[in-house]
Write a new protein. Structure first.
Length: 318
């Protein structure tokens, strides 16, 4: 399998505060994360709200600069790219957001929204060429060409997300980073968007990073899954049938499992104390919530290791 993306020891430290009454505080939203993605795969990223999923997505696309680590995309060192080649590279990697219209001017028509990426890249298409591109993109995502002159407020949530996907596809990307793309949609609409993504992947040979806090959706859709806890990857499930080795993953699976897919699909806050991300303990960040914790866990940081099975960062894997 050809590697498309290689992330090495990626970290992002946020510093806040400063001034007489606000002490400077810092936290690692993403901490020493390494993984690789092969062409044509769907890699899931799961974890509770605030664990660093969106920050990781932004780092991968270099929408924000990391404080450490590396990103190789199509064998290029992303972080070494100057603005102009970086802009060209950006066409190859696109993001789809939960709320596709958060980044689009509400006064834009659908046609404006899906053709804006061409303007950003400096393509000077005529109005006629833009009409043709719009028709082609809307067709790809299963929307009627008649919607081209509509405004976002005239569309349903599912239709808006289709526009978000069309916009992401405009520049022929190799990689889509999907950041909770179905989180605000009804279950039936979610299913339609997922089957659209499956169809597009087949047709366009796309590779996906699929971020979600819906584990059952991830299990259905993804080939492999990264489990994040407080900025770190704690387990890499090589396939969706793999049994959890990390106690945190096990707890997540237990808390979200329900035979009825409409119930308890998303990650609920788990019981137990979550350490402050500004003041992490020296050992395992999950120790205060972990039924298997020992003394070693509170003093020694577990690192990802493949001893005895797939990669897990735990002193006492299941
Ligand atoms: N620009 C920022 N400045 C300071 N802290 C941030 C910033 N962006 C995110 N964070 C913090 O980083 C952590 C991870 O956030 P995020 O990546 O959005 O998590 P997730 O997407 O998993 O919910 C959170 O504690 C969040 O408050
Ligand atoms: S390292 Fe220890 S505390 Fe952390 S998950 Fe493993 S057993 Fe639990
Ligand atoms: Mg997020």
């Amino acid at each position: 399998m050809t590697t498309l993306l290689e992330v090495g020891h990626l970290s992002k430290k946020f510093v806040s505060g400063g001034g007489p009454f606000r002490p400077v505080r810092s936290m690692h939203a993403v901490n020493d994360v390494s993984f690789s993605v092969s062409v044509g795969r769907v890699v899931g990223v799961v974890g509770e709200s605030g664990c660093g999923k969106s920050t990781l997505a932004r780092l991968i696309l270099r929408l924000i600069e990391p404080t450490g680590g590396s990103v190789q995309f199509e064998d290029l060192d992303l972080l070494a790219q100057k603005p102009k080649p970086m802009r060209a590279l950006r066409a190859r990697m696109q993001m789809v957001f939960q709320d596709p219209y958060s980044a689009i001017d509400p006064r834009y028509t659908i046609r404006d929204a899906v053709t804006e990426p061409f303007d950003i890249q400096g393509h000077r298409y005529t109005a006629k060429e833009k009409d043709a591109k719009t028709a082609e993109l809307l067709d790809m995502v299963g929307l009627s060409g008649h919607l081209a002159n509509s405004y976002p407020h005239q569309l349903s949530g599912g239709q808006k997300q289709r526009v978000g996907i069309a916009r992401a596809l405009a520049l022929n990307p190799a990689l889509l980073v999907l950041d909770e793309p179905t989180a605000s949609l009804d279950v039936s609409v979610q299913a339609q968007i997922i089957s659209l993504l499956e169809k597009l992947q087949d047709e366009l040979n796309l590779t996906y990073i699929f971020i979600s806090h819906d584990l059952s959706l991830v299990k259905y859709f993804c080939d492999e899954v990264l489990v994040m806890y407080l900025g770190r990857v704690v387990e890499v499930l090589p396939d969706t049938e793999a049994a959890a080795r990390h106690p945190y993953t096990r707890t997540l699976l237990d808390s979200t499992f329900d035979p009825d897919p409409r119930l308890r699909r998303t990650i609920e806050p788990l019981a137990g104390e979550v350490p402050s991300p500004f003041d992490l303990p020296p050992g395992c960040a999950f120790a205060a919530r972990c039924p298997s914790a020992t003394g070693k866990c509170s003093t020694e940081l577990p690192v990802l290791s493949s001893d005895g099975g797939h990669p897990v960062a735990c002193h006492h894997p299941l």
